[in-house]
Design a protein around this ligand. Structure first.
Ligand code: UDP
Length: 231
């Protein structure tokens, strides 16, 4: 694979605590990214914000403001993971859809391409830059814009199931599923807005468990144990 976008949830950075950062967990991810970059894969990263804040679950705050806090949480996450990647010897850049002074650089396709071509890990922080969206939509949007080959969705669960395996032990995991089926059955691989964007722009997704040893690298190398969402 030439260029991939990796999506991590905010919780993936938090380990058992579910809040904040768990450095050993993040380092494991960073080392896998490093291996891919060293093998010539261009890696972009989008990270959620759930380890700090979710706009939609705040009850007494205006949704637009709550979502702004959520977007800022994703930037904190990207700066953190970017720094862990740097500590492991990688070059990185954090791009945002709005100005954050010198903390980040403003996203443009040209700028992202320039960094990818230099072998840098490119973090797309701040989601779409708009409230009422999610980093699911952010990752699909950026993947389409920078013409990534595929999106890697590293999740707490090891693939896409036809029912919630926690509630229904008979739930069946798909090896492959079309985006149309994901939408029709509301399988929640990514949220609906992101699903439609992926369908309309033919962006495939690979869903797998982040906790499985070396799963990011294995997925890129075709040793794939999750669910492929075809378009
Ligand atoms: N967010 C937003 N616009 C975006 C991306 C994210 O408003 O384009 C906000 C939203 O409040 C969201 C939070 O940032 O809840 C964290 O993003 P994430 O996608 O992780 O949301 P989650 O799925 O955890 O709610």
């Amino acid at each position: 694979m030439k260029r991939i976008l990796l999506k991590l949830s905010g919780e993936a950075l938090a380990g058992e605590e579910k809040q904040g950062f768990h450095e050993p967990t993040v380092r494991k991810v960073a080392l896998q990214i490093k291996q891919l970059v060293e093998e010539g894969v261009q890696v972009g990263v989008v990270i959620g914000g759930g380890n700090f804040w979710r706009g939609r679950t705040s009850e007494n705050i205006d949704r637009t403001k709550a979502d702004q806090i959520g977007m800022l949480a994703t930037i904190m996450n990207c700066i953190y993971v970017s720094e862990i990647c740097r500590a492991e010897g990688m070059q990185t850049a954090v791009l945002t859809p709005f100005e954050c002074s010198s903390f980040t650089k403003l996203f443009s396709k040209d700028r992202a391409n320039k960094y990818f071509d230099r072998g840098m890990v490119v973090f797309f922080a701040g989601g779409t830059g708009h409230p009422y969206f999610s980093t699911d939509t952010g990752v699909v949007l950026r993947a389409v814009e920078v013409e990534a080959e595929v999106i890697l969705l590293a999740k707490a669960i090891d693939g896409v199931y036809d029912d919630d395996p926690k509630k229904n032990p008979a739930a069946k995991k798909y090896d492959e599923v079309t985006i149309d089926e994901v939408i029709a059955k509301n399988l929640q691989v990514v949220d609906m807005t992101a699903s439609i964007l992926a369908r309309d722009n033919k962006m495939p997704m690979l869903v797998f468990g982040l906790n499985e040893e070396n799963s990011i690298v294995n997925t890129v190398k075709g040793k794939f144990n999750g669910t492929k969402v075809t378009v």
